[in-house]
Write a protein that binds this ligand. Structure first.
Ligand code: DX5
Length: 218
């Protein structure tokens, strides 16, 4: 099922609650918290306390995208903060099955993200534990970057890999998604679309931005 998910990385942190209410009003399906530690990526963002403080602001599902080293240290904190889904990067764990299993055992949906340069072989031994597969379509760390269309064959191959394992987990794309390019990853097999600047910085506002993204998939 198609989901338009807003990344709050580029939101106005001085009015985060209002931004979340605006996003709910604009019709997004969920919110993604881009968690960054200044080590795995050269940027620093939201601790679990910020997510917890915002949990009651809207009813939307929250997902935490952990762009951090040592995700096993923090993944359950984001579940406790109110995220239904926690996404770890395959590049940051020495045992992806363990990292995903921890999240599942704590009642969460376990996601795994792959950087553009990371192959699907990084998923070996953990395919059955994947509830969400995120194909990065930018190098992680910052919003407002250009979409890497070369990832579309990887999206297609990822769909095939999951299907071959009998895993119906959706594929999510994250990075540079706009109305003019969203049809590509959709055709390749993606169902969840993360958009940050495409929604938050849209000249006609968040509602128009979300409607445009959905119309581009119709
Ligand atoms: C990169 C971030 C961004 C963000 C989306 O680390 O994960 O991809 O969520 O930002 P835009 O839509 O502006 O690329």
């Amino acid at each position: 099922m198609i989901q338009i998910i807003a990344s709050v990385l580029g939101s106005r942190y001085d009015r985060l609650g209002d931004e979340l209410r605006d996003l709910a009003q604009a019709g997004v399906d969920a919110v993604q918290w881009d968690v960054m530690d200044g080590h795995f990526v050269p940027n620093l963002t939201f601790g679990a306390g910020v997510v917890a403080a915002c949990r009651e602001v809207v009813d939307l599902p929250y997902e935490a995208h952990l762009m951090i080293e040592d995700p096993d240290r923090w993944s359950l904190d984001y579940l406790e903060a109110g995220c239904e889904t926690v996404i770890v990067h395959a590049e940051t764990t020495d045992d992806l099955a363990r990292s995903l299993g921890m999240i599942r055992s704590a009642g969460g949906r376990a996601g795994v993200a792959l950087n553009p340069g990371t192959g699907l072989d990084a998923l070996a031994g953990a395919i059955e534990l994947i509830d969400l597969l995120v194909v990065m379509t930018v190098e992680p760390g910052f919003g407002g970057q250009g979409y890497i269309a070369e990832m579309e064959p990887k999206i297609n191959a990822a769909r095939g890999l999951l299907d071959a394992a009998g895993n119906s987990a959706p594929i999510e794309v994250d990075g540079g998604i706009k109305a003019h390019n969203i049809a590509g990853p959709y055709a390749a097999g993606a169902e969840h679309f993360i958009s940050g600047s495409g929604i938050l910085a849209h000249p006609d506002g968040k509602t128009a931005a979300v409607a445009e993204l959905r119309a581009a998939l119709a």
